[in-house]
Design a protein around this ligand. Structure first.
Ligand code: C5P
Length: 224
């Protein structure tokens, strides 16, 4: 059912967790597997798009030769690569689980164990999606994800506005089989024109096709 409109278009996809160094052998991170973002990158590429996939540490492989994979560790590295690859892109899908904070200082030597308390000072990381939203040009599509536990739709809409996204994919955490580390997800696609697409529990690969269908729709009928 692909329209062919993605052929030759350039897309940036962020995926996976970020690891924020505490010292040479320890980090602050999260359980994101990167599966949703990798599925979106493969789906875009299978429809002819050229994809820059900026990913944190994940144990996944890319298959389609149209995917240019850029491996990073930290949020700051991901931020730099995403800003660089958004220039000249037709759109971006921000599916990475970026660590909100990083240690104020990464110790150069391994921290030694002692009987004392250890206080780790954290400083906020940049919001990559919001920064892309600020430099977004007319015609560029920017999509993000929201993982909410309460007032799901209202909070997702707030993020859509504050990050200047064109649509947001709301992950329902309440549901079994949805979220991190699993192959399935329950999502709702929320667009600017109030359009809501409430999708049933499906595999992440099937949901990637639904999300890319929505991108094709936006390329064919841009919103004002
Ligand atoms: O604000 P929140 O973290 O809930 O927003 C989630 C969305 O923003 C996701 O699309 C995520 O990839 C993106 N994000 C980002 N950089 C951050 C935090 C979130 O790109 N530092």
């Amino acid at each position: 059912e692909s329209s062919g409109i993605l052929s030759g278009k350039r897309f940036l996809v962020s995926a996976g967790p970020t690891y924020e160094a505490i010292d040479p052998v320890r980090f602050v991170g999260n359980y994101s597997s990167g599966k949703m973002g990798f599925a979106i990158a493969e789906e875009l590429a299978s429809r002819g798009a050229l994809v820059d996939l900026v990913c944190g540490p994940v144990s996944l492989k890319t298959k389609n030769p149209n995917i240019n994979r850029i491996d990073v560790h930290s949020a700051l590295e991901m931020h730099r690569e995403c800003l660089a690859h958004f220039q000249g892109a037709d759109g971006a899908v921000m599916s990475a689980a970026v660590s909100d904070y990083r240690p104020a200082k990464a110790e150069e030597q391994k921290i030694k164990r002692s009987g004392d308390e250890l206080v780790l000072k954290l400083v906020p990381n940049p919001d990559i999606a919001a920064d892309l939203g600020r430099i977004k040009k007319p015609g560029q599509i920017l999509a993000g994800f929201a993982l909410e536990t309460n007032d799901e739709e209202a909070n997702a809409r707030k993020k859509l506005d504050s990050k200047n996204l064109d649509f947001i994919v709301l992950n329902s955490l309440a549901e079994q089989g949805a979220g991190f580390m699993v192959d399935t997800n329950r999502i709702t696609i929320i667009g600017r024109d109030q359009v809501i697409d409430d999708l049933p529990l499906k595999s992440k690969v099937e949901l990637a096709a639904d999300i890319v269908n929505y991108i094709e729709r936006l390329l064919i009928h841009p919103q004002g």
